[in-house]
Design a protein around this ligand. Structure first.
Ligand code: GAL
Length: 380
């Protein structure tokens, strides 16, 4: 329950107005902003610590909120839906004032969100939209359709069909490709896969790209919980089922760096990258350090960089706005329909990172150091 609400119920209104008269209060008129940040807790629910990006996201949100004096209850759910539900329940009963949630399954938290609404706790969906509930107050993310377009384009560039500037490349094809998508319970998956397929389809229709396995629907190519091992196993199966006739895979669409590493491991185990058997072009997302090293070493083609520092900042801005009884500033009020309503959103831009972009996009901006890139490991 919002503390402000408790204060009002407790008849402390008089005390607050006295404070305002004595000039101590920050607000004016009926403003109850005499609450100190230290009295307010933001519950931050993150999906998993198996991926670096969520560790970085959680850390950045926590640090930025704490720097402003707020208390933060940061929890990771180990990619387990009941654990996340329980953690969010607990944040609500322990009196969180705002919830920031990156959902494991975008449809599994309706009960919690109703409880949050009943207790007047605003809910911010973090990077992954929460679906099927009217009780989602704001969404901070990136332009997820553009992420998909960037991944499709990255594959075309990796194959030489396009140049980085979008002009036509010198390669002719035809090329064999395979497709991977993320977890179907993550709302982002449809945007990533949709954007990528819209980009690749003209080349598939023209016969320049051939999906040799014929697995082309999101359902056929999805990767439950975005797991690296699952992707590795599927790539192994694809090599056995569709490429045991001497043909080779030239490109693989991958929606996330962890999945890309699974795919690359399967390919390397099958002899790709050795003895003149060139590794296919492989895309990715998140600029995870292990994959940045692979890109730097010429093993992975590219990744889509989404600056988690900026996303964390937007989550903090939105939290603060709600704590001050204001509406956060949205820059998109049309795209993200969660099945019940269009959720006002703040969407950040994305950038594709190829080998020659690592320095400017990631090292110069302080996202990773040159040592971390060389080692393929984060320092702390
Ligand atoms: C998505 C997110 C991606 C990637 C993926 C796997 O929701 O937008 O950036 O992190 O989850 O964790």
């Amino acid at each position: 329950m919002r503390r402000k609400f408790l204060v009002a119920l407790g008849g402390a209104v008089l005390a607050l107005s006295l404070a305002a008269c004595s000039g101590e209060g920050a607000g004016s008129g009926g403003d109850t902003s005499e609450e100190k940040p230290g009295d307010l807790t933001i519950g931050v629910s993150m999906p998993t610590q198996t991926s670096e990006r969520w560790i970085a996201d959680g850390k950045a949100v926590k640090e930025k909120l704490e720097a402003k004096g707020y208390k933060v209850d940061l929890q990771y759910a180990g990619d387990d839906i009941p654990t996340q539900s329980q953690q969010v329940d607990q944040m609500i009963t322990q009196g969180a004032d705002v919830l920031v949630i990156a959902a494991i399954d975008g449809t599994a938290l309706s009960g919690q969100l109703q409880a949050a609404a009943d207790a007047k706790i605003p809910v911010i969906a973090y990077d992954r939209l929460i679906r099927g509930s009217k009780n989602v107050d704001f969404y901070v993310s990136f332009d997820n359709y553009k992420v998909g377009v960037a991944q499709g384009t990255g594959l075309l560039v990796g194959l030489g069909l396009l140049n980085k500037d979008g002009s036509k490349g010198t390669a002719k094809g035809p090329f064999n490709i395979e497709l991977f998508a993320g977890s179907l319970d993550d709302n982002n998956t449809q945007y990533f896969f949709g954007g990528a397929m819209d980009t690749l389809k003209p080349f598939i229709d023209a016969g320049t790209l051939k999906v040799k396995s014929r697995q082309t629907t999101a359902e056929q190519v999805a990767t439950l919980r975005w797991q690296q091992e699952t992707a590795q196993k599927r790539m192994e199966d694809l090599l056995t089922s569709s490429y045991n006739d001497g043909s080779r895979v030239d490109g693989v669409l991958s929606p996330y760096d962890g999945i890309s590493r699974g795919i690359i491991t399967a390919l390397q185990n099958a002899g790709y990258g050795k003895a003149g058997k060139k590794l296919p072009a492989v895309t990715g997302q998140d600029a995870e350090i292990a994959s940045i090293k692979l890109i730097n070493d010429g093993v992975q083609t590219c990744t889509v960089f989404k600056d988690t520092r900026l996303l964390a900042e937007q989550a903090v801005n939105a939290s603060e706005a709600f704590l001050q009884d204001k509406q956060p500033q949205a820059n998109d009020t049309q795209t993200y329909n969660n099945g019940v309503k269009v959720v006002p959103s703040y969407l950040l831009p994305i950038a594709t990172v190829y080998k020659d972009d690592i320095k400017t996009a990631l090292i110069d901006s302080g996202y990773w150091t040159a040592e971390e890139v060389a080692a393929g490991q984060a320092k702390n």
